[in-house]
Write a protein that binds this ligand. Structure first.
Ligand code: HSE
Length: 265
């Protein structure tokens, strides 16, 4: 096989309480990508449709993630990549992660799957480093594993796939604003009180238990963010109003996906 076409899912990161550790893949929103082998060594972005993004390999998240993988192989050739973007960059549903993971998954597949999913996450994280200055894994992990994932540890990387109740769904509302992940990370506090940490890790544990036990009430109680949401919500006009309306309408919870839209499980 010399060519593969892949669906690259959008993802919701953080899930309120799990900043940089929890994420979930969406099954109906995502990009498409065609990746083919070339004789020439390197990674070449030959086409991008749908959004204006750089074709230059080292400025493109798919290119950088692809180079990270290529660097770890003896494969003498290279890959060219066509990207059909459906996810708007800056919309908060893992646009960069979709491109990074699509590239490394396809390249791995064309090479006969030499790398594990966790190794692919490490390559795709290089795309996230380019996009947001931080190599976080909470979007790329669910994009590669599917469903919910927990990044239990970054060093060493330990990804725990979590099977969510099949009836659970999320509504994503995009308020037509663009918030760069790098900007929305710069405004966050870098230290917090023990009292706040206790509330937050109680919710992370509660959310995982709720997902595994199909306990919707517990899931709803755990969808609280005491650390990031109070700060980032300032960047989203109407956030409190929409959150309240969603909860009144029966959503289990409502929060910020990455840095901009709301998700309403
Ligand atoms: N956990 C990251 C953040 C996800 O919220 O900054 C960004 O894609």
């Amino acid at each position: 096989m010399d060519e593969v076409k892949v669906f690259c899912p959008a993802t919701i990161a953080n899930i309120s309480c799990g900043f940089d550790v929890l994420g979930v893949a969406l099954d109906s929103v995502g990009d498409e990508m065609v990746v083919r082998k070339t004789n020439k060594k390197g990674v070449f972005i030959t086409k991008i449709e749908g959004q204006k993004l750089p074709l230059e390999t080292k400025s493109n998240v798919a290119g950088v993630a692809g180079l990270a993988l290529l660097d770890k192989t003896d494969y003498p050739g290279g890959f060219e990549i066509e990207i059909y973007k459906k996810i708007k960059p800056g919309s908060g549903i893992g646009s960069s992660a979709a491109s990074s993971t699509g590239a490394v998954w396809a390249m791995n597949h064309l090479l006969g799957d030499p790398f594990s999913k966790t190794e692919l996450v490490t390559f795709a994280m290089e795309g996230e480093r380019l996009a947001s200055d931080v190599a976080h894994a909470d979007n790329v992990a669910p994009a590669l594993f599917g469903d919910f994932t927990l990044v239990r540890s970054y060093t060493p990387l330990d990804i725990i796939p979590i099977q969510a109740p099949s009836e659970l769904f999320a509504t994503v509302i995009h308020p037509q604003i663009e918030v760069k992940t790098s900007d929305s990370r710069k405004i966050l506090k870098t230290s917090l009180s023990l009292q706040t940490a206790i509330k937050q890790w109680g919710n992370v544990g509660g959310l995982i238990a709720g997902l595994l036990q199909n306990d919707y009430d517990l899931i709803g109680r755990s969808l609280e963010d005491h650390i990031i949401e109070p700060i980032r919500s300032i960047l989203i006009p109407g956030f409190d109003m929409v959150k309240m309306a969603s909860l009144e309408a029966g959503a289990l919870g409502a929060g910020i996906s990455e840095s901009s839209p709301l998700y309403l499980p």
